[in-house]
Design a protein around this ligand. Structure first.
Ligand code: COA
Length: 159
């Protein structure tokens, strides 16, 4: 589905009251989820934490750290609840993050993905992200560690 066709998707800033619903999704969506403490830290540090609602239900969230002085936005978390995946929501959120990065003058959007997450890798590549590196043993696994693929999207600020 085209991201432009996501019906009734409404973004708003994440608040403390959202943390339990966000964690319920995080725990179902990832093999090794973030802890609630990490999620709260992101909120308090002042990262750009957004939730996305559809028909009054929380269907996804994103966490972005922006370093405007170096012109970089770093996507730390982008997640759609399992029952809403595959309907264009992830692409819609990603496009919105890129547009916001462009508006704040960023020249590059960065993120990491697990090689074992083909859906995410496909989404990022199809959105124009290119792999620029690999961090060895970056992610924890239930047993052992997994590399991270580092992706970057150059933003054309001339638009
Ligand atoms: C990765 C994630 C954000 C994608 O969001 P989504 O709403 O499911 O994805 P979309 O429906 O917008 O699809 C976007 C693209 O992802 C890929 N994709 C989606 N579902 C797929 C599937 N079942 N198999 C293969 N590719 C798939 C396709 O490239 C798709 O584009 P297309 O429909 O034009 O072919 C979502 O699946 C998710 O939250 N997963 C768990 C958390 C996670 O892994 N986050 C990313 C961390 S790096």
């Amino acid at each position: 589905m085209s991201a432009a066709l996501c019906p009734a998707l409404r973004p708003r800033p994440m608040s403390e009251e959202d943390i339990s619903a966000v964690m319920a999704i995080e725990n179902r969506a990832y093999p090794v989820p973030w802890t609630e403490g990490i999620m709260r830290d992101c909120l308090h540090i002042g990262y750009h934490c957004q939730v996305y609602e559809q028909y009054d239900e929380l269907v996804g969230y994103s966490i972005v750290s922006t370093a405007e002085e170096v012109g970089e936005a770093h996507i730390l978390n982008l997640c759609v609840r399992p029952e809403s995946q595959g309907r264009g929501i992830g692409r819609w959120i990603l496009q919105r993050i890129v547009e916001q990065a462009r508006s704040s003058g960023c020249r590059q959007v960065l993120l990491e993905a697990r090689p074992s997450n083909p859906v995410a890798v496909r989404l990022y590549r199809s959105a124009g992200f290119e792999q620029i590196g690999r961090r060895r043993g970056y992610y924890p696994l239930p047993e052992g560690r997994e590399d991270a693929l580092v992706f970057a999207l150059k933003i054309d600020t001339a638009r």
